[in-house]
Design a protein around this ligand. Structure first.
Ligand code: MSP
Length: 510
């Protein structure tokens, strides 16, 4: 049994949650559920990033105080995650007193270790990114990500001596080949460090909406600089050293590809400067795109996409919670960009869920009722499905372990396919009640039981319902994976319920 501390980025509260955020949160949730299933001590953190100019501007635009605005919007994120069945153990808001305390202690440690100094900063700023650009790194004076004209800023700021960590970061990367995955993203971060690091400005005097700098009350910390520390706040940094020791550095940060530099360069250097180990792993994911364009709140505000169509809550009302979770996990491999579309969801729903999984459960439960008086028979030890099932168990587990939910589900669905083919070959619905029918259905019920164990991190609700329909008490997560994912555990003699279709087919274009 290990330790697994997984985090999502904390989301800006300038607007409501959208399906791009849901993509990241559902992936983190499935990973957390997988690790709980194998018996690891697991902690799953998500939350909201509430400082910075962008959030202050959104509040002003909506005519409410910043605190009121952040309370309201942060609540919307929590509600969206409740709707999506997200099992986070903590939800952090960067405006909480515990965060102020950890940030101030962490930065004081860096200050005392001599890595912070005062200087004048001049640069081009993008409010949407909350980030500085040089003329060379800009797109002709415009933000390369948002296309907005950058603002000239000049301020006397406190700086973090990032340049002092170039060699140490490269050494860390060399000694920890799995620090950033996938490898293409690791190479991107590595080249960034190799290309030379400049010190970064970490405080602002132009706004007061932020965490005050403990040694200079005129300044607040730059939003990114306080935000990254949330990962430590939630495990008690500066408040409970034992708790920090329990979870750090066994941390896995799941992040989108545009925030690699912050997480794979700044953050490990900040940890080193404060005298801590860097996080053990950063898993980078790509973007969900609509017609080739990233779904961001900023672009939607500019009219490029209609976010009203892609609110996670609206989607779950339309398709159901587990189908949306399944689609987000199954359609795009973690690390690549994916195309998001309603047609794509409908297609996955009808093929993988209605035709494959739903059909398998419907067939088996129906025939158990018509040929076995509703009592599920036990599987055979030497079932023809057993070899395939064992291979699938192995591949599915290996894929979850390497942060590859898409491959995990692909493997699990092979067992569904093989079981459907096995049923077609044997056609138990045409057989007379008796031993042969019992053998075929016992094997199929066992395959279904295994599928629910394997797919529960992705679709916890549906898997629990199938578990119940095949007459098993409790839920597929009651036992640890090592014991439950073993061929032959379906006990037989249980009442099997036919029930309504799990996934009624959707007409294309719905
Ligand atoms: N607040 C910072 C993160 C601070 S973490 C210490 C931030 N917030 S964000 O709300 O703009 O983005 C949060 C995450 O959502 C990022 O990882 C980003 O990649 C992800 N997504 C936003 N739009 C997305 C898509 N269209 N597709 C997939 N993920 C996307 O950055």
């Amino acid at each position: 049994m290990g330790r697994f501390y997984i985090t999502t980025p904390i989301y800006y509260v300038n607007d409501a949650p959208h399906v791009g955020h849901a993509y990241c949160t559902v992936n983190a949730d499935a990973m957390a559920r997988w690790h709980r299933l194998v018996g690891d001590d697991t902690k799953f953190l998500t939350g909201t990033d509430e400082h910075g100019q962008k959030v202050a501007d959104a509040a002003a635009k909506n005519g409410v105080s910043i605190q009121e605005w952040t309370d309201q919007t942060s609540r919307r994120f929590r509600e969206a995650w409740d709707t999506l069945g997200i099992s986070n153990d903590d939800f952090i808001r960067t405006t909480e007193p515990r965060h102020y305390e950890s940030v101030q202690k962490f930065l004081m440690a860096i200050y005392e270790n001599g890595y912070i100094y005062k200087d004048v900063y001049q640069g081009l700023y993008c409010i949407s990114c909350e980030d500085y650009f040089t003329l060379e790194s800009s797109d002709d004076g415009k933000c390369p990500i948002h296309g907005r004209l950058l603002t000239e800023m000049e301020e006397e700021n406190w700086f973090f001596r990032l340049s002092a960590f170039e060699d140490r970061l490269l050494e860390y990367y060399d000694a920890h080949p799995g620090f950033v995955t996938p490898e293409t993203k690791r190479n991107e971060a590595y080249s960034f460090v190799k290309g030379g690091l400049r010190d970064i400005s970490i405080t602002r005097t132009s706004i007061s909406w932020g965490v005050p700098v403990p040694w200079d009350e005129q300044h607040v910390f730059y939003v990114w600089y306080d935000a990254l520390i949330n990962y430590l706040t939630a495990i008690g940094y500066g408040r409970d050293d034992d708790e920090v020791g329990e979870w750090w550095p066994w941390s896995h940060h799941l992040i989108g590809k545009e925030i690699i530099r912050f997480h794979c360069v700044w953050w490990p250097a900040m940890c080193m400067a404060a005298g801590l180990e860097p996080p053990s792993h950063v898993q980078v994911h790509g973007w969900l795109l609509v017609g080739g364009q990233k779904l961001s709140k900023t672009m939607a505000a500019e009219g490029a996409v209609r976010l009203s169509d892609i609110s996670p809550v609206v989607l779950t009302n339309e398709f159901g919670v587990d189908p949306i979770r399944y689609y987000l996990l199954r359609d795009t491999s973690l690390g690549n960009d994916g195309e998001f579309s309603l047609e794509g969801i409908t297609h996955r729903y009808n093929t993988d869920l209605a035709n494959n999984l739903g059909n398998l459960v419907a067939r088996v439960t129906t025939v158990v009722n018509s040929k076995c008086a509703g009592k599920g028979p036990a599987p055979r030890t030497d079932s023809p499905l057993r070899v395939e099932a064992e291979l699938v168990i192995h591949e599915t587990a290996a894929a979850w372990n390497r942060f590859a939910p898409q491959s995990a589900l692909e493997a699990t669905w092979r067992l569904i396919g093989s079981t459907n083919a096995f049923l077609e070959q044997n056609a138990p619905w045409k057989m007379e009640p008796g031993r042969d029918v019992d053998d075929v259905l016992g094997d199929a019920l066992e395959a279904i039981r295994l599928v629910t164990v394997l797919a529960t991190p992705a679709m916890p609700g549906v898997c629990e319902e199938i578990w119940r329909r095949i007459g098993l008490g409790g839920s597929p997560i009651d036992e640890i994976f090592e014991r439950s994912a073993v061929w032959g555990r379906y006990p037989g003699g249980r009442d099997v319920e036919k029930g309504d279709p799990l996934f009624p087919r959707i007409k294309s274009g719905a």
